[in-house]
Design a protein around this ligand. Sequence first.
Ligand SMILES: *Cc1c(COP(=O)(O)O)cnc(C)c1O
Length: 404
Amino acid sequence: MRVLDSGVLSRFLGVWHEDFFGGPEVQALEKEWATFFQVKHAISVNSATSGLFAAAGAAGVGPGDEVIVSPYTMSASATAPLIYGAIPVFADIEEDHFCLDPKSIEEKITKYTKAIVVVDIFGQPYDADTINEIAKKHNLIVIEDAAQAPAGKYKDKWTGTLADMGVFSLNYHKHIHTGEGGIIVTDNDELADRLRLIRNHAESVVEAKQVKNLNNMVGYNYRMTELEASLAREQLKKLPKVIEDRQKTVSFLAEKLGAFPFLSPAPARNESLHSYYVHPIKYFKEKADEIPRDVFIEAVRAELPLTELRETEGVNLGGGYVKPLYLQPMYQKRMAFGDSGFPWNSKHYQGSVSYEKGICPVTEKMHYEELFTNQIIHPEMTESDLMDIVNAFAKVWENRSELL
Ligand SMILES: *Cc1c(COP(=O)(O)O)cnc(C)c1O
């Protein structure tokens, strides 16, 4: 109501002017976000996808470069380098934590590697100490996709603030949301400057602002509106409670489901706080009378009610997470911009990359065999709701002879 009454739904101007940085709600949100997350700069955008794209641009990623990415994430983590004409190179994930595996990253580094996009997948912080060290050694920029991990912690730092740049999402499905929206954070003044330019028509501003480095100074309109910013300011206040509720829900579920010998709720990384966008659990077929995961999970799904307000999505529990990204048609057919194979066949690209099935064996094992995920922890769950889930597993297990 404050924004509607003000009559100012957005105050961005795409020219070098005091309104280049947006209106009062946008600027207040950015200040409050930076304070909460203890970072120097918070830059609001209209989605985490935009945020990842802007981060790749700010990092100076371009044609001929390779960027190491995870195959087990939402697709935009990997398209961020691609839209700048760079090549996504997929490294494998960790067996227990599902984030990028530092060993696999090291194997994928070439003289063309420019950056790494790490993902705090499901809310689990990436292995920041090890990966940041690798990046430093090879002079690589690290972009942290923290869309699924607001207010998680790694040692004494917030997830999202562990790399050169971090990106949060405020889309409808995320822990806190504004319908659509995103926030980029960084402690680096130069990157922050470039991010703000890319957000708002950089090419029209560089002359007046006397920007010297024109690399990737093609701008977009990634601006957040005053309405979303005002919602985000209220949502941010609720974040600690939202995370706490999810952690309680997950620890209840993990204890009950962990009692089944064939289930193993995935642990949080040592010295860290998982923020549980998704609750990952491993299923061991050999301990479940050889019933395949998908057969078992399908039977459990049939026992569960739909989640309120998310009815159209079906039961939010299923085998795997997303299909390993390199198996998507875009990578398999190497067709992204136009139909001539750019950027893979561009004269700028001297390396070679594989998207064959089998390049990330741990990812494939998790996706097709061992892992199942649920997002039933999303809304406010009562103990009796949670017992419905536990009882569904118990019922299917007791009647497994029918499945066999
Ligand atoms: C949701 C999500 C995104 C994209 O967020 P949007 O705000 O919808 O663009 C990016 N990365 C990951 C890991 C996500 O879960």
